[in-house]
Design a protein around this ligand. Sequence first.
Ligand code: DSN
Length: 424
Amino acid sequence: MSYDRVREADPAVADALEGERERQENTLAMIASENHVSEAVLEAQSSELTNKYAEGYPGERYYAGCENADTVEELAIERAKELWGAEHVNVQPHSGTQANMGVYLAVLEPGDRILSLDLTHGGHLSHGHPANFAGQIYDVEQYEVDPDTGYVDYEGLREMAEAFDPDIVVSGYSAYPREVDFERVQAAAEAVDAYHLADIAHITGLVAAGVHESPVGVADFVTGSTHKTIRAGRGGIIMCDAEYADDVDSAVFPGSQGGPLMHNVAGKAVGFEEALQPEFDRYAQQVVDNARALGERLQEHGFALVSGGTDTHLVLVDLRDSHPDTPGGVAEEALEAVGIVLNKNTVPGETRSAFNPSGIRAGTPALTTRGFDEDACRRVADVIARVVDSPDDESVKAEAAAEVEELCSEFPLYDREGAITDFE
Ligand code: DSN
């Protein structure tokens, strides 16, 4: 895709768009929630559907001229049903947070009670953080991970549910490296007659490929975002049983959104079709194998991983024991300087702060899209170790930057014609 027309109309934006393409091509995207979508998804997202208002749902729109919007949305829904096996799917949420908002609006009243995982233990803002609407509108209590194991404290969750009597229990996390036991959360929710919302934003692709246990058919509601491990157009999705279909649909529109972003819905449809191909299952398995290889190599270098490892697409490194003088932000900055882009992150039992946390989170979805295998991920771990061991040493960083450059050219994001490299 070229930005020639943007350049003609607006050189400043064209510079930034080209800069971003180069940045993505020449650095390693290891923010666990990021990925690189295909050229087909990019094209769909930049289609003329951006111009169309389509309030309502396929066949029941408030405006004329929605026949193509209907086709695209129906395809996205059908494909999502095939990928995740849900009875009802809403593909209109603009993001994962909007998807969670849709579920809350569908079944909660202001002041109702949410039980969810603490943000510093791997939860998400939209699960009830005080700075988020969910924490402001609802009464929120939070469970934690077991400080000794780093795994969700399911027993503590059950006890809290009994004491707090929540209306909804939220599972599914944004910085949690282990497989989630959705059945166990469901049992705790059921015991107190609460709904269960499983937010699989990070692991949509792993669940679709069968690499992670699915909460569909277990939890009452499953939400996700569509651009992370599932690698489709940007946005959110809600899945539920048919009995909640009307409540969920009206909570999304007109409850909390106006016109759907139909160009993004088109990107979702295209990405879902790609994810239905057998190669995608291999991709998802490789994401997990790569995260495991990355984590094990980091451990060999003396780094401590929260929970001692990973079952998913990410590792969470607690730097406190191995690098007491290197907070996550310092590590993040030094790594970015050599072309490894990941994020500082709080760790369970955080002793610094959310702005200056003690860990880093690293994911493999985007590297795996570029074709990285376990060996390549071990090389990345070696570079991370060298840089975090000596974040101020410019000669170490120069060598690390050269190694990152080599990895980027060995695993190019775009082929010679400029198309995103084949995903196989
Ligand atoms: N920003 C995403 C993440 O990085 O986990 C979640 O919304």
